[in-house]
Design a protein around this ligand. Structure first.
Ligand code: NAP
Length: 302
């Protein structure tokens, strides 16, 4: 018998993940702050809840996928929050990307009511959420991970229990440090290639499969060369994650010089109104400093 699942937060990620739980046969109730976003899943067989507390009252396992730390606190601990509807013995799985330290505090409050919690942030983007191929990084107790495994298997492909409460979020932030480091390296490399007067496509072909290659370079350098700024992941969300990285690094005493630089470069893009562009638009901050652009020379300045 599959457990009853409540899903809170049907954004770009949540709607695909909830859809995959429904397809896998879980009895599903949903709640989203903007109610109209529940319609599609309700038509597919889910039940619309009145509040996070209401969803929790009708569920054994409650999944959250909302934006940031205060939003998770609101849906879990607020007056209409999960904590005020869930029974002892329920399990909360937070799949948002939020602060590892706040995660520990939230788990502590839920535990006082007999509610267990896993942090299980993801990578793989909207596409991975829709296809059920996400990478899921999990922090929490082994018995809770085992209980949640049928849900994780419906939503993801690479499922890794990385340690205790909060460590899923820590590893997600490790991933984000790698992402922005690779994005900065790609941007500097393309700027240099442009300045050196070499054919960008030939430079790409020559180096993308070598030691300097990366997922970011393979997938986003062609977009930069074509000056296509459509997002896989937006500057605004990337910046939210870097804020979490730098706050955690400050608390932990880890110097992250490169990540701090990228955070400040993204801030210049946000102040130019480019927060909704893809994270590879980082190169625009360097172009601004350099006084020249990469790729098509005739594209108007954004
Ligand atoms: P999104 O499309 O902006 O959706 C955010 C969701 O959170 C919406 O359902 C929104 O409700 C809800 N929400 C935000 N604040 C809330 C609050 N205070 N109370 C109640 N609901 C609230 O974002 P997303 O891309 O799905 O991202 C969700 C999480 O996954 C984030 O933590 C993000 O960093 C992480 N993530 C995203 C990606 C990606 O590629 N997009 C990849 C990996 C991880 P409304 O509909 O009412 O606005």
């Amino acid at each position: 018998m599959l457990e009853r699942v409540g899903f809170i937060g049907l954004g770009i990620m949540g709607r695909g993940m909830a859809g995959n739980l429904l397809t896998a046969g879980f009895p599903l109730s949903v709640w989203n702050r903007t109610a109209a976003r529940m319609d599609e899943l309700v038509s597919a067989g889910a039940t619309a809840g009145k509040s996070p507390a209401d969803v929790a009252a009708h569920s054994d396992v409650i999944v959250t996928c909302v934006s940031d730390t205060p939003d998770v606190e609101a849906v879990l601990l607020g007056p209409d929050g999960v904590i005020n509807g869930a029974r002892p013995g329920s399990l909360v799985i937070d799949m948002s990307t939020i602060s590892p330290q706040a995660t520990e505090a939230i788990a502590g409050q839920l535990a006082q009511k007999g509610i267990a919690m896993l942090d299980a942030p993801v990578s793989g983007g909207a596409e991975g959420a829709a296809r059920g191929t996400l990478s899921i990084m999990i922090g929490g107790a082994a018995e809770d991970v085992a209980r949640a495994m049928p849900l994780f298997e419906a939503m993801g492909k690479t499922i890794t229990h990385v340690g205790g409460t909060g460590s899923g979020q820590t590893v997600k932030l490790v991933n984000q440090i790698l992402v922005v480091g690779n994005t900065l390296a790609m941007s500097e490399a393309l700027l240099f290639a442009q300045a050196g007067g070499v054919d960008l496509q030939k430079a790409f072909d020559a180096v993308s499969k070598g030691a300097g290659g990366s997922w970011m370079f393979t997938n986003r350098a062609p977009q930069i060369i074509a000056r296509d700024w459509r997002p896989g992941f937006t500057v605004d969300l990337q910046q939210k994650d870097l804020r979490l990285v730098l706050a955690a690094a400050d608390q932990l005493g880890a110097p992250l010089l490169g990540t701090g630089t990228v955070f400040n470069l993204y801030r210049t893009l946000q102040s130019r109104g480019l927060g909704a562009e893809g994270n590879h638009a980082l190169i625009k901050a360097l172009e601004h400093l350099a006084g020249f652009e990469v790729g098509a020379a005739d594209e108007p300045e954004a």
